[in-house]
Design a protein around this ligand. Structure first.
Ligand SMILES: Nc1ncnc2c1ncn2[C@@H]1O[C@H](COP(=O)(O)OP(=O)(O)OP(=O)(O)O)[C@@H](O)[C@H]1O
Length: 349
């Protein structure tokens, strides 16, 4: 079993607390993405799991063994980091074969596994080259191939696709998911790209300010964000937050009436742009359209609801002009209610 338990891990750099009692369990064979904005502590947490950084408090347990104080190479894991460290004095073939050679794998097996990994990463034509003669993206692919070839039980990755162009990135993402699933590799993957996290991960841990704000499946964190931060960070366009007056369990916005929770003093309506529909007769929540952007698959409408910024997604052929006031209908079962004071979601009524 290669499950990973992160138990109340704290990391301080001088007086700055980069991680605040982070706990997380990654099941055997599971793919968990650590997602969050720059500086939220993703890389620090990954480096602590790898043993490249020492935690101030807390424990890391891999496959039932407390590895908190073990050297990185004794933790039985493979890593791919952003700076794609490859050995400059080795050819691509020898770089990719490195882990297998360390395992003393027979030559035929080394050849077979290297061939499979390089084919996957589309670097088979560079096998005899040295890293100095490769582009940054190619070197990054060598680093990923090297980690995959050794078929590790645990794989840690920090933005491994960040230097690739958009199309290759999409292709690699799909391939990586297929390969890791097939191999049953337990993976922790750091990214600030929500599309990458949503596409790859079984579960996503959304981090903010040295803490995990929410952990859940991509659909869970999209449909039921636990905090204002998660709602605004996940989804495109980001969730809209509209301050509303709530009285006796109902909120009135224009001629729309929504049931609202009574457990919070001040509330914000969290509304996904794609969960609002243009009403046929202009009734519902009034939305003042300022800019219309035809995106091909949809129209992105930016404007305001009750003077507050909102972005709404409309069908590509909808007839909407900048400057118009339109009405929006929403399904009360699809909105999120946020307690303005705490920034946390409260249960729908
Ligand atoms: N060696 C260090 N000394 C002091 N502060 C550090 C050190 N390493 C990281 N930090 C701080 O800890 C916080 C978390 O850094 P970390 O690199 O984990 O963030 P991140 O979420 O991975 O960001 P990015 O996506 O930009 O890499 C940041 O505020 C960073 O400035």
């Amino acid at each position: 079993m290669a499950d990973i338990v992160i138990d109340r891990v704290v990391k301080e750099f001088g007086s700055f607390r980069a991680l605040q009692e982070v706990s997380l369990t990654v099941n055997d064979g599971e793919f968990v993405a650590l997602l969050g904005p720059s500086g939220c502590g993703k890389t620090t947490l990954l480096r602590i799991i790898a043993g490249l950084e020492t935690q101030t408090a807390g424990r890391v347990i891999i496959g039932g063994q407390d590895v908190s104080n073990l050297a990185p190479r004794k933790r039985g894991l493979a890593m791919v980091f952003q700076n794609y460290a490859v050995f400059p004095h080795m050819t691509v073939f020898e770089n990719v074969a490195f882990g297998l050679r360390m395992q003393k794998a027979p030559q035929a097996e080394v050849k077979r596994k290297v061939e499979r990994a390089v084919a996957l990463l589309h670097i088979e034509s560079y096998l005899d080259r040295y890293p100095a003669k490769l582009s940054g993206g190619q070197r990054q692919r060598v680093a990923v191939a090297r980690a995959l070839a050794a078929e590790p039980a645990v794989l840690l990755m920090d933005e491994p696709l960040s230097n690739l162009d958009a199309l290759l990135r999409l292709e690699m993402r799909t391939e990586l998911k297929a390969v890791l699933r097939e191999a049953g590799t337990t993976t922790i993957y750091v990214t600030h790209d929500q599309t990458e996290a949503m596409g790859l991960a079984d579960r996503i841990a959304v981090m903010y300010g040295g803490k995990i704000d929410q952990i859940g499946s991509p659909l869970e964190i999209y449909a039921t964000p636990a905090t204002r931060f998660v709602g605004g960070f996940i989804g495109s366009p980001p969730m809209n937050f509209i301050k509303v007056q709530c009285s006796q369990g109902t909120a009135k916005i224009g001629d729309a009436v929504l049931p609202c929770p009574t457990t919070a003093q001040t509330l914000e309506l969290g509304l996904r742009g794609e969960d609002a529909a243009l009403s046929a007769n202009g009734s519902g929540i009034p939305f003042d359209v300022r800019v219309v952007e035809p995106m091909g698959s949809h129209l992105l409408l930016t404007g305001s609801i009750d003077g507050q910024l909102a972005r709404i997604v409309a069908p590509p052929t909808a007839k909407v002009d900048a400057g118009a006031r339109v009405g929006l209908t929403v399904d009360p079962a699809r909105v999120t209610w946020i307690d303005s004071t705490t920034g946390c979601a409260v249960a729908r009524p």
